[in-house]
Design a binder for this molecule. Structure first.
Ligand SMILES: Cc1cc2nc3c(=O)[nH]c(=O)nc-3n(C[C@H](O)[C@H](O)[C@H](O)COP(=O)(O)O)c2cc1C
Length: 182
């Protein structure tokens, strides 16, 4: 297989290894003169406290890529346990951007991004930097507002399937120390 990384590992080996790494499941939305669009994104992480930055990665070949790298901003919606169908919907290639939001309540943010009402937590961002990342672009957003939505727990994507958060194993050591006043 010619995957451009033959000196290192195969694409299959890379995918297989990464399947062990659980991710959060989010819907990232944006809007511009052409309308609104959203996409399922699992690569969302927090990046910086000061300024408050988050980031995620978008494959260059997917339909939202060229629009989202030009957008003023975007909104990142972390999905609740019960929302795996929303993840599947926004990952579909056969649904046109204009049809994606027909079944959803949303309002448009100051950056033009549609803000979905139902999610666990939403981060509204101004676009801060676009960085190269191989066949993906790394989008860095500056968080301008946070909405803590419906209560519940997030979906975890692991081994190509959706899961709930697993059982509590132990408190974080620092949390235990803080509680003990040390
Ligand atoms: C759980 C999950 C996580 C995903 N995470 C990402 C991601 O971080 N970056 C990305 O570019 N695509 C990600 N995708 C794939 C995109 O959602 C999918 O390729 C895209 O919606 C296809 O769009 P297109 O058909 O309009 O090109 C993910 C899909 C799923 C189901």
């Amino acid at each position: 297989m010619d995957n451009g990384s033959q000196d290192f590992i195969s694409a299959d080996a890379f995918r297989h290894g990464m399947r062990h790494v659980p991710t959060v499941v989010t819907i990232v939305t944006m809007g511009d003169d052409e309308g609104v669009q959203g996409v399922t994104i699992g690569s969302f992480v927090s990046l910086s406290m000061d300024p408050p930055l988050v980031c995620f990665n978008v494959q260059k070949s997917i339909s939202i890529h060229d629009r989202i790298v030009e957008a003023k901003g975007f909104a990142i919606h972390v999905l609740r346990e019960k929302q795996s169908s929303v993840s599947d919907w926004f990952a579909r290639s056969d649904v046109k951007a204009g049809e994606q939001f027909e079944a959803y309540d949303y309002e448009i943010s100051e950056t033009g991004a549609p803000l979905l009402k139902d999610c666990l937590v939403r981060f509204e961002c101004e676009s801060y930097r676009i960085l190269p990342g191989g066949d993906h672009s790394i989008l860095v957003g500056k968080v301008i507002s946070i909405m803590e939505g419906n209560s519940g727990r997030p979906i975890v994507y692991h081994q190509r399937a959706y899961h709930g958060v697993g059982e509590h194993i132990a408190d974080h050591e620092h949390k235990s120390r803080a509680a003990a006043g040390k």
